[in-house]
Each structure stands twice: as structure tokens, then as C-alpha cells.
Design a protein around this ligand. Sequence first.
Ligand SMILES: Cc1cc2nc3c(=O)[nH]c(=O)nc-3n(C[C@H](O)[C@H](O)[C@H](O)COP(=O)(O)OP(=O)(O)OC[C@H]3O[C@@H](n4cnc5c(N)ncnc54)[C@H](O)[C@@H]3O)c2cc1C
Length: 439
Amino acid sequence: MKNQIKITLGWIALLLISLFPVYLIFHYGSGTESLTNYASTTHFLGEIFGLVGMTMFALTFILSTRIKWLEDIFGGLDKVYITHAILGGTALIMILAHPIFLVLKFIPVDIDLAAKYILPSSYWSVNFGIIALVGMIALIFITLFTKMKYHRWKFTHEFLGLMFIFAVLHIFLVRGSISQDNIFNGYYIYAGIVSFIGLFGFSYSLFIKNRLFKNAVYKVKSINQKKDVFKIVISPEHKPILYKAGQFIFVRFYNENISKEAHPFSIASKTDDDNITIVAKMLGDYTNKLGNLKNGDKVSVEGPYGKFNYKRFSDSNQVWVAGGIGITPFIGMVQDVVNDNSFKGTVTLFYSVKSEEELIGDAMFKELSQESNKFAYIPWITSTNGRINIQKIFELSGRFRNKHFFLCGPTRFKESIINSLIKNGSSKRYIHEEVFDFR
Ligand SMILES: Cc1cc2nc3c(=O)[nH]c(=O)nc-3n(C[C@H](O)[C@H](O)[C@H](O)COP(=O)(O)OP(=O)(O)OC[C@H]3O[C@@H](n4cnc5c(N)ncnc54)[C@H](O)[C@@H]3O)c2cc1C
């Protein structure tokens, strides 16, 4: 409940900041007088959409900084990225509406002047705006509709920072009614603050963060491979990071055969263990190369992040459902929960894999379930038992009412369970998922 309030407040804060230009124009400018005829109304709306869109655009850069308090406000880094995506999409719509309304203003009187707002001309102040808009459309189109490799996608996504710089040039150089006629005195101060917010967010993620805050340094202690999965244990060089089981970190391995890009992995160790275990499945270019790691290789660790932890609901019975590699955040949580005297509920872990050889940590789960009466373990082999569904979960773990569900695994797997849970009367407040995809 407390979390929900924080998230709602976070969204309200974003909306209030984004809509601030509307307030300024109504307060200091001609406000409702601008709505007296077709030309002034379309012009007024065009400028409002432009400024609101620009503010939202600036805020998206702050949301991608991975600054810790953003996680606290939005309930986890995955939710921060979802907010970033929604705000980015809305900013694009607003910024698109900006020239449309300005064009609409002039279409009835002067078609050439109308074209000036959408076609390049000798007005560089407007051209900068056109470049920013076209670039934004292209880059967001790539984000939404193409299936390119993550590192390429990330590279292209970073060009949004360049588009923001063009947008900044546009809002400072353009002579609209707001800036020229001084509808409200604070236009340039406002434009300056918005530009600073966006440029700070962008440069913080790209240049400042890594220089300002040194990530924790670890070394590879051991690496083992079972089929297409690596178990990598890393140990701290100096001070270990403090984390809760179920959280995740961004790791950068320093090995000549592996890219230096930071990748997210769940911590598969119990809370605050000095050594951190990562269990990584070979899924693409990067993870396929992890076999090159050697003991002693340097590892930089950023984090921990994430809010995926049973402790937030210590009084309730819980069902944990893992699909395939989605077992990783549960590995440490199981080790915690069996020794956690403050936890008053029970946990049933369903672990779905195609075949028995794919099970990770099976022996440990079996042993802990025999030792503890608050933890039950149900491995689920789909090649013999068929897909797991909530009827089967219900038969094996009892009724759902007031049970908290923790889910991690492939998107479709999670979605089908979440949809069935909701259809069967479970509330979203009782469903918690870890997302293995930040795009
Ligand atoms: C919170 C979280 C926890 C995760 N925990 C685990 C885990 O415990 N074990 C495990 O095997 N996998 C985990 N993953 C997934 C893991 O990060 C990806 O499998 C890995 O980065 C794939 O990289 P690739 O180049 O080999 O594959 P690709 O084919 O290039 O990528 C596959 C998918 O992984 C994601 N991805 C790739 N690179 C990055 C990156 N640098 N940053 C963010 N996402 C990226 C993208 O969604 C991409 O579509 C986790 C992901 C997240 C977001």
C-alpha cells in the first residue's frame, strides 16, 4: 500500500512538472485570451504542446540515470524504465502536435508559411526543431518496432541525447509568441531549467556516473558450466556491496574476449553474502562468451537494484513461480527464508523447466524443503507434466486468497500465469514479477 502511494506520488510529480508550462502561460501570459479565435488558439496549443513535450523529453533522461531514489519512488528499476518509456512516447506525441498546430494555424491563410513549420528552410531556428523531431520519430520507431541486438539498440537510443540538443537550440533560438512577445517573463529561465535537466540526465548516464561513483571491484573466484548455463562466483577485492537476495546487479567483466558492456544479472546468493553468485544462461553474443572468463578476472559491480524480495510481505503465505533461468532470484531468497525467524508465512516454490537436466539448485531446494516446514519445493518438468498452469498450482498449493505471488521467467510464461491469476480473482497488489528485459 505504502509502495502504491509512492508510485502514484511519483507519477503525479512527473505530470505536475510536465504541465508546469501550462500554469506559467495561464498565470503570466494572456492565458484564456489566447483562445478567442482560430489562429490564436491553434498557435497557443502548438506552443503549449511543444513546451510540455520538451519538459517530458528532459525528464526521460533523468529516468534513465539509474539514480537510487528513483527506484524507491517508482517501486523498482524495471518500473522506472517502464515510466521512462511511457513518458518518452507521450513526449513524442506532444512534440509532434507542436508543428501540427502551428501548421493548422497558417493553412487557411498562407500555405507557404504553413510549410515553413514542417519543411527545412533558411530559418535555422526552425530547422533545429525539425531535425530534433524527425530524429526522435526515427529513434523511437527503432525502439518500438525493430528487433535489433540490444547493444546496437542502446547505441541508437543514445542519439536521443543529440536530438535533445537540437531541441534545446530550437527553443532558445526560435521567435515564437512566448519568447518574442514575452507572454510570460520566465520563458528563458524555464527553457534553461528544462535544458539543464535533460542535458544533466543525459551526460550523467553517459559520462559523469562512472567517473563520480566508482563501482565495487570483484574478482572471478570460480566458473562452472552445465549445458548452456554458467555459474560464476565473484569475490570482493575490498568492501563487498550490501544487498538483499532477489536483487540484481550490473556487471562488467574485464577479459579480453568479452565486451566491457554492463549486463544485468540477478544475485543468486543469500542476503549480504560476501561472495556473489551469478547464474547466466547463454542467450546471445555476450552470454555465449562468458566461458572465456578465468579465475582472477576483474569484475566491476554496479548496484544492487531491484525490489523483488519476499520480506516486504513477511506475514503472508507466498507462492514463488520460476520458469527456466528465472529461478536465479529465488536461489538466494530460499536460503534466506528458511532461516528467517521474522517470516511468519510459508513459501511454495514451483520451478518449471523443459527437462530434468535443466534444473539448477535442485539438490539444495530439496534439502532445504526437507529441513524447513515453511518451505515446499515443486519441480515441474514440462516434457512429462505439460505446461504449468494455475489449476495445477491451486491443486498443489491450496487456495490463492491473500497469497502473494512472486514470478520470474520468460515473458509469455509469466503473462499467462498473471492473466489466469487475475481472472481467478487475485489482485495485482498480490502479484510481483521480476523482469529480465529492460528495452
Ligand atoms: C533485472 C534482470 C536480471 C537478470 N538476471 C539474469 C540472470 O540471473 N541470469 C541470466 O541468465 N540472465 C539474466 N538477465 C538477462 C541477461 O541480462 C541477458 O540475458 C543478457 O544481458 C543477454 O545478453 P546477450 O548479449 O548474451 O544476449 P542478447 O541476445 O544480445 O540479448 C538478449 C536480451 O537480453 C537483454 N539485454 C542484453 N544486453 C543487455 C544489457 N547490456 N543490459 C540490459 N539488458 C540487456 C535484452 O532484453 C535483449 O533482448 C537479467 C536481466 C535483467 C533485466
